[in-house]
Ligand binder design. Structure first.
Ligand SMILES: C[S@@+](CC[C@H](N)C(=O)[O-])C[C@H]1O[C@@H](n2cnc3c(N)ncnc32)[C@H](O)[C@@H]1O
Length: 499
């Protein structure tokens, strides 16, 4: 049972000021509404949409629609399953769909389109999605503290005196270099989709007020909800920007609900997702991505736990399997494995003592996390060299690893030696016939060449293309052939006897 599920029994008693009508959600309402069907949208690592859909079908029994907008899935649940949605391992962010327009008819001029967005705000079926949003409050993991407004972000004045922050993710170059400069280190988090994203911003002054001041005010005055609108737009046939859509739609939402716009300390985040002629209005159900779950000690290339989960799922672990990540870095893959496939044994190894230390610390922090069992996790961390693993021949069922891309770690030149050596040693430790490997790399040229020399021991069964921090990378799924491993020195010897 995940942490969030523990909150399931909490009673909610709130006021939602919907068009000045007060909507009270009580325990009895919750009981009668537990059957209510709602559409949930989820962002997932691009390339792993099908994996996420499989997980949803398996754990919630709901079929999924995989969006044209890559990196998103949609599924219908009854409200009582909401807590379980937060326990999914393959999804990053969640939202409840207010309304979906599969073939939205955009008018010809910008003015007309924006006027339509304004009119839309008052026509949408907000009531049930807002109930979901409120009930969700007890399940969602709260951010420790929302960041104050980024002073460096570009701003523009809009009609009603509010401001817009423009985060032009369209510019791939900027986006990638930002990712590489980042010292947050969790650089694999960058969204893959080339979208323009704009957020309607509230009054800076109000949002920067002393928080104690704010809370004492809340005790005496009726609470007005604070909100923001985020517009994600992709497609080249639009005569408006995401900035303009967020501004005009956001202004109308504000007028309709009489909520207060606030960029940083918002209660409700309304999403306006536009992809070509598909428009989806939603309300965010997560404050931060669900991939932030296992790692406390970050490294230079920490993999998102959602991606690690997707990779592990690709190799279909069975009970008692020995699963090895021979280049584990912070241990994101084996730690995700140990928490989700606890009937397998996971080994995390790396040649860098700093990495092994980080992995060990991440395991330790997970063990001491409140509510986690104290008897341990089926995982161990070791320092080793992938080219010479201290493991018996044929003793490993599955290898899942994230190879050095040759950018942040190693170099492309070194990969020409490293990749063939990795594949050879992996083929030695992996069980012939049943062994499998799931390997992530961006250096596909080098990998393909290395694999072509190993066809007798590895058979490629699938390639999943993913986006890692703006870089296109491949996840290769390999099967160990029945051919027994022969050490290169023995091969030479055999050849010698032939001559
Ligand atoms: C892309 S990173 C892995 C990142 C990891 N998935 C994470 O989430 O932190 C590749 C790792 O391979 C390790 N590595 C490079 N050469 C190695 C070798 N010969 N033996 C073992 N590990 C090696 C690096 O130290 C690095 O931690």
């Amino acid at each position: 049972m995940c942490d969030i599920e523990e909150a399931t029994n909490q009673l909610l008693d709130v006021n939602l000021h919907e068009n000045q009508r007060s909507v009270r959600v009580t325990e009895s309402d919750l009981r009668s509404e537990s059957e209510l069907l709602v559409t949930i949208g989820a962002t997932v690592p691009t390339g792993f949409e099908q994996t996420a859909a499989d997980e949803v079908r398996e754990k919630l029994g709901s079929p999924c629609k995989i969006s044209r907008d890559r990196g998103k899935i949609y599924f219908v649940i009854s409200l009582e399953s909401l807590a379980q949605v937060h326990c999914l391992r393959s999804v990053d962010n969640l939202f409840v769909v207010v309304q979906e327009f599969q073939d939205y008819q955009f008018k010809k001029t910008k003015e007309e389109v924006l006027k339509d967005f304004e009119d839309l705000a008052g026509k949408l079926p907000w009531s049930n999605p807002l109930k979901v949003w409120k009930i969700n409050d007890s399940f969602k993991k709260k951010k420790a503290k929302r960041k104050k407004i980024n002073q460096n972000s570009s701003k523009g004045k809009i009609n009603n005196g509010q401001e817009v922050k423009i985060d032009q993710r369209n510019d791939k170059k900027d986006f990638t270099s930002h990712a590489l400069d980042s010292h947050i280190l969790d650089y694999y988090e960058n969204p893959a989709i080339r979208e323009e994203v704009s957020t309607l911003v509230g009054d800076d002054l109000a949002s920067c007020k002393d928080e104690t001041d704010e809370s004492s005010k809340e005790e005496t005055e009726p609470q007005v909800l604070k909100f923001r609108v985020t517009c994600n737009r992709a497609g080249d046939k639009h005569c408006f920007t995401s900035n303009e859509a967020a501004r005009d739609f956001g202004g109308a939402v504000q007028d309709y609900f009489k909520w207060k716009a606030d960029m940083t300390n918002f209660d409700v985040e309304v999403l306006l997702n536009i992809h070509d002629n598909e428009v989806i209005v939603g309300i965010a159900l997560t404050e931060e991505s669900l991939h932030r779950r296992n790692i406390t000690h970050f490294g230079p290339t920490t993999l998102r736990s959602t991606l690690a989960y997707g990779m592990l799922r690709l190799c279909d672990p069975l009970p008692y399997d020995i699963i090895v990540d021979p280049m584990c870095g912070t241990g994101a893959i084996p730690i995700e494995g140990a928490t989700e496939w606890s009937d397998c044994f996971h080994i995390a190894g790396d040649n860098n003592p700093l990495a092994v230390n980080r992995a060990a610390n991440n395991i330790a922090s997970l063990l001491t996390k409140k509510g986690k069992p104290s008897w341990g996790l089926p995982i161990d961390a070791v320092q080793w060299d992938i080219c010479n693993l201290p493991l018996r021949t044929g003793s490993v069922d599955i290898i899942v690893t994230d190879l050095p891309f040759g950018k942040r770690i190693g170099s492309k030149k070194r990969n020409w030696n490293l990749y063939p050596a990795c594949l050879r040693e992996m083929s030695r430790v992996c069980t012939p016939t049943t062994g499998r490997a799931v390997l992530l790399t961006q250096d596909t040229k080098c990998f393909t060449k290395a694999l072509s020399g190993m066809r007798h021991v590895w058979r490629k069964v699938d390639t999943v293309w993913v986006n890692i921090g703006g870089l296109r990378a491949a996840v290769y799924v390999l099967l160990r052939t029945p051919e027994a491993f022969v050490h290169p020195s023995e091969q030479d010897g055999e050849r010698g006897t032939l001559w």
